[in-house]
Design a protein around this ligand. Structure first.
Ligand code: PLP
Length: 506
C-alpha cells in the first residue's frame, strides 16, 4: 500500500469504525460461532503474492466481526469492561505511524517524557500524592500492558528489596502472599518467579476483604514455618465481588513486618479514586500515608506503608486496551533489579543520570507508545469528563441494584451477595421453596441462570463462586450503557431466574 492508497483506505476505515459504533446495538454481544468456525475462514499460510486491500479490508466484516465479542456493547456486563474511546483509537494510529519501541530515552525522548508526565497526571487524578510521581524523582509510574505484568514487575522489586535487607535468603523460603480473593495474577507471578504462594482466607462477614487480624495470624503462621513472606498483594476492587482490602489495618500490621513489600492491585477499582466520594471507601489516606523509615531498613522505603499501586485505565478509565498504570514509591528498586545494560544500550544521557530509561522499569525492552492515548483521552475528557463517566457508571449500577431488589417490583428470591462496589453488583438466587433448599441446590440455580443467560447472545454476564457460594456478577462499564439497558437487564434476569427454577426443580 502506498501513501495515497493509505489515505483513501484510512478515510474508509474511519467511516467503517463510525458505522460500527452507530450500529453497535444491532450486534449480538456474544458471537454465534462455534470453536474453529473463524479459523476455517482463514488460510493456512500467508499468501505468496500480496492481495488487494479491498479484499483484505472486506474480510474484517466477513471473517473477523462475526467472531467478535462486543465489549463496547451496552449489554456487555461480563468480567470487567475494556473501554475504548475515539481519542485513543486516533492515538493508536499516530503511535502506529511513528512505531518505535521507546526503551531508552534516546529511542524517542517524547515517548519517555510523555509517559512520565502521563503517569503523574493519572496519579494526581486518582489522588495519589507526590511521593508516587516521577516529578519527585524517587517514586514513579510506568505504563505496562496488564495488571498481571505490573504485579510480576513489582514482585521483582519486592524480592530485590527483601534480599537487600536479608542477603543470602534462599529462594525456597521466599513466599508471595495474597488472599483467596486476589486475582490469579499473584499466583501467576509466583509461578513465573518459581516461588511459593500463600492465599489468606477472607470472610463473608468482612465482605471478603483482608483485615489486619487475619493478616497478622497468617504472617505469624508463615514465620513459624520458617517462611519469608516478602510481598503482599492486596486488592482494591476484587474481581469476584469488588472487595476492598482494609489498607488502614494492613499497614498497621505490616509496620511490624518491615521487610514485607505491600502492593495494591486496583486493576479495576483504582480509577474510581478519581471521585472524591469514593476515596474514603478505598482508604486513600492510608494508601498515601508514609511510615517513618527504620534504621534496619537502610535507605529502602519503609515497612508499614504501601509500596506500589496499579490500576488499568483500559478497564473503566476511558483508555483503549491496553494501559495498565503502575507506580512504585522507590523506583530504584526496579531500576536496580532490572537494569541490564550491554554496550549497545548505553547512552550519554543515561550515564549522566539525566533521563529515565523505561526498559529498566519493566520486563520488556521494547514497549508500546501507550502514553499517547492516555494523554489524548485525559486532555479530551478533562478531569470533569472522566469523573462524569465514572459517576454515570455508578449511577447505572445503583439504578440496577434498586430495580433488581425493589420490594414491590424487583425479582423475587434474589439477594445481594456482597455490598455493591462502584459499578459492580453481585447477586445470588436463593431458594423460595419450602422443600428445595441448601447450598448445592442454590448453587445449581445460580449456575443455571448464568448458563441460560449465556445462551442468549444479546447479553453477556459472568459467574463467580466465593466461599463456596455461586453468584452472578453484573459489571457495568460500557460508555454506551444507558438506564434503559440496565432496566431491560432486570427484566431479562426475572425471566432467567424463572426458567432456572423450572429447570433445576424439574
Ligand atoms: N486484578 C483484578 C482485580 C482484575 O479484576 C483483573 C481482571 O479483570 C486483573 C487484575 C487482571 O488484569 P490484566 O488482564 O490487566 O492482567
Amino acid at each position: 500500500m502506498d501513501r495515497e492508497q493509505f489515505r483513501k483506505a484510512g478515510y474508509a476505515a474511519v467511516d467503517r469504525i463510525c458505522d460500527y459504533f452507530e450500529n453497535l446495538e444491532s450486534y449480538d454481544v456474544v458471537p454465534r460461532v462455534q470453536p474453529g468456525d473463524v479459523a476455517k475462514l482463514i488460510a493456512d499460510e500467508a499468501p505468496e503474492q500480496g492481495e488487494p486491500w479491498e479484499q483484505i479490508s472486506q474480510d474484517f466484516d466477513r471473517v473477523i466481526l462475526p467472531g467478535i465479542t462486543h465489549w463496547q456493547h451496552p449489554n456487555f456486563f461480563a468480567y470487567f469492561p475494556a473501554n475504548t474511546t475515539f481519542e485513543c483509537i486516533l492515538a493508536d494510529m499516530y503511535a502506529g505511524a511513528v512505531s518505535n519501541p521507546g526503551f531508552n530515552w534516546l529511542c524517542s525522548p517524547a515517548c519517555t517524557e510523555l509517559e512520565s508526565k502521563a503517569t503523574d497526571w493519572v496519579a494526581k487524578l486518582i489522588g495519589l500524592d507526590q511521593s508516587w510521581c516521577n516529578e519527585g524523582k524517587v517514586g514513579g509510574g510506568v505504563i505496562t500492558g496488564s495488571a498481571s505484568e505490573s504485579c510480576l514487575t513489582v514482585c521483582i522489586a519486592a524480592r530485590e528489596r527483601y534480599l537487600r535487607l536479608h542477603p543470602g535468603t534462599p529462594a525456597s523460603e521466599l513466599v508471595i502472599v495474597a488472599t483467596t480473593q486476589t486475582h490469579s495474577l499473584a499466583a501467576k507471578a509466583a509461578l513465573i518467579l518459581g516461588l511459593d504462594f500463600v492465599a489468606i482466607e477472607t470472610k463473608k462477614e468482612d465482605d471478603w476483604a483482608l483485615r489486619g487480624q487475619g493478616l497478622r495470624e497468617a504472617l505469624e503462621g508463615l514465620e513459624a514455618k520458617g517462611k519469608k513472606p516478602f510481598v503482599l498483594i492486596t486488592t482494591l476492587g476484587s474481581t469476584s465481588t469488588g472487595a476492598i482490602d482494609r489498607i488502614d489495618e494492613i499497614t498497621a500490621v505490616t509496620a511490624d513486618y518491615p521487610s514485607l513489600f505491600l502492593h495494591i492491585d486496583a486493576a479495576w477499582g483504582g480509577v474510581f479514586l478519581a471521585l472524591p466520594e469514593c476515596q474514603q471507601e478505598a482508604f486513600l489516606a492510608s494508601i498515601n500515608a508514609r511510615a517513618p523509615a527504620r534504621a534496619d531498613e537502610g535507605a529502602i522505603c519503609a515497612g508499614g506503608e504501601v509500596h506500589s499501586f496499579c490500576t488499568n485505565l483500559h478497564k473503566s478509565g476511558l483508555v483503549t486496551f491496553d494501559a495498565s498504570c503502575m507506580w512504585i514509591r522507590d523506583r530504584a528498586l526496579l531500576t536496580t533489579a532490572l537494569d541490564v545494560t550491554p554496550p549497545f544500550l548505553r547512552t550519554p544521557q543515561a550515564q549522566a543520570g539525566l533521563v529515565t530509561d523505561y526498559r529498566n522499569m519493566g520486563l520488556a525492552l521494547g514497549r508500546r507508545f501507550r502514553s499517547l492515548k492516555v494523554w489524548f483521552a485525559l486532555r479530551s475528557f478533562g478531569v470533569s469528563g472522566f469523573r462524569k463517566h465514572l459517576r454515570h457508571l455508578i449511577s447505572l449500577a445503583e439504578t440496577f441494584e434498586s430495580a433488581l431488589f425493589s420490594p414491590s417490583t424487583g425479582v423475587p428470591g434474589v439477594v445481594l451477595f456482597a455490598p455493591r462496589r462502584f459499578s459492580l453488583v453481585v447477586f445470588r438466587v436463593v431458594s423460595t421453596s419450602s422443600t428445595l433448599s441448601g447450598l448445592a441446590y442454590e448453587n445449581a440455580l445460580n449456575a443455571a441462570v448464568v448458563e441460560l443467560a449465556n445462551r442468549d447472545p444479546s447479553l453477556m454476564v459472568t459467574p463467580t463462586t466465593v466461599g463456596g457460594e455461586s453468584c452472578v456478577r453484573i459489571a457495568i462499564g460500557s460508555p454506551y450503557t444507558q438506564e434503559k439497558h440496565v432496566l431491560e437487564l432486570v427484566e431479562k434476569i426475572r425471566g432467567l431466574v424463572d426458567q432456572a427454577r423450572e429447570q433445576v426443580d424439574a
